[in-house]
Write a protein that binds this ligand. Structure first.
Ligand code: CDP
Length: 249
């Protein structure tokens, strides 16, 4: 059993960031010429690209919704995106992430404008260092806007952690694996740009209600910062805060 003198308080982040600091961001649209809309969103070593195709007629026709379109989302990790080869093809995890991404996007896209159609959203994780579902959602929302799909609001996503007793923004895999003190809790949030409605929330770990409220506040601040990157990229800026690492992509 762990004794109190074993506890290692998490006073400094392993990569030297402030508790509320995002990783270096890379954001860009128009990276897949064949797609109707596309985007790259990277946070540190987590890199996601998204490509949007549609709206287009949905086949087989019996799956069409007469009053609205649907979003069909597919999230995948490249085999070389993680240290130990990720098995290609759908898994329970990738199906779950595809579903939560599709739900989050469907809550802001004006689907009633596209009855009988489907919008395909393909998300590929090129490299993973935690927070891939959030990076994927950020890239997908940018790709939809880049495709000119009408949206009520933009959405932005970030993973807030409670590592030991500290609320931290945009956690890495190393932080997710921190096992000292109170251990790790991972809370991915996705929220809308204006109303700050939470359209996706997951909780992996334990957190008291009071600390959870702090996490919500941290997520609002972080999502506002991410929104700024998304909007700047949509205006044509190529954002790369981590040039020396990513000049190959
Ligand atoms: O990536 P995200 O935090 O959204 O999802 P997760 O299921 O909590 O995975 C956390 C991290 O574990 C990923 O970002 C990867 O770095 C790593 N992972 C892995 O190494 N191999 C897998 N098959 C799945 C995840």
């Amino acid at each position: 059993m762990r004794q109190h003198w074993d506890k290692m308080p998490y006073t400094k982040r392993s990569d030297g960031r402030k508790m509320d600091e995002l990783r270096p961001i890379r954001a860009e649209v128009g990276i897949v010429p064949n797609a109707d809309g596309s985007a790259l969103f990277a946070s540190g070593k987590t890199v996601a690209i998204a490509a949007v195709y549609g709206p287009k007629p949905l086949h087989p026709a019996h799956m069409q919704k007469p009053d609205r379109g649907i979003i069909r989302c597919e999230y995948n990790m490249l085999p070389f995106s993680v240290g130990e080869r990720a098995r290609p093809g759908p898994s329970r995890r990738s199906k779950e992430i595809s579903m939560i991404t599709s739900n989050a996007l469907s809550s802001v896209v004006e689907l009633t404008r596209f009855p009988g159609t489907v919008i395909d959203v393909q998300i590929m994780i090129l490299q993973a260092d935690a927070g891939t579902r959030c990076a994927g959602i950020n890239a997908a929302a940018m790709a939809l806007a880049h495709a000119g799909v009408v949206m009520k609001e933009m959405i932005s996503s970030v993973s807030i952690g409670k590592i030991d007793d500290k609320i931290v923004t945009d956690i890495t895999k190393e932080e997710e694996d921190y096992s000292e003190g109170e251990g790790p809790t991972d809370i991915p949030f996705t929220m809308t740009s204006r109303k700050k409605d939470i359209v996706h929330l997951q909780l992996d770990g334990n957190i008291p209600v009071k600390r959870f409220k702090e996490a919500v506040e941290a997520s609002k601040i972080a999502c506002d910062k991410i929104l700024d990157y998304q909007v700047r990229a949509l205006k044509g800026e190529k954002i790369d805060e981590d040039k020396w690492k990513w000049n190959c992509l």
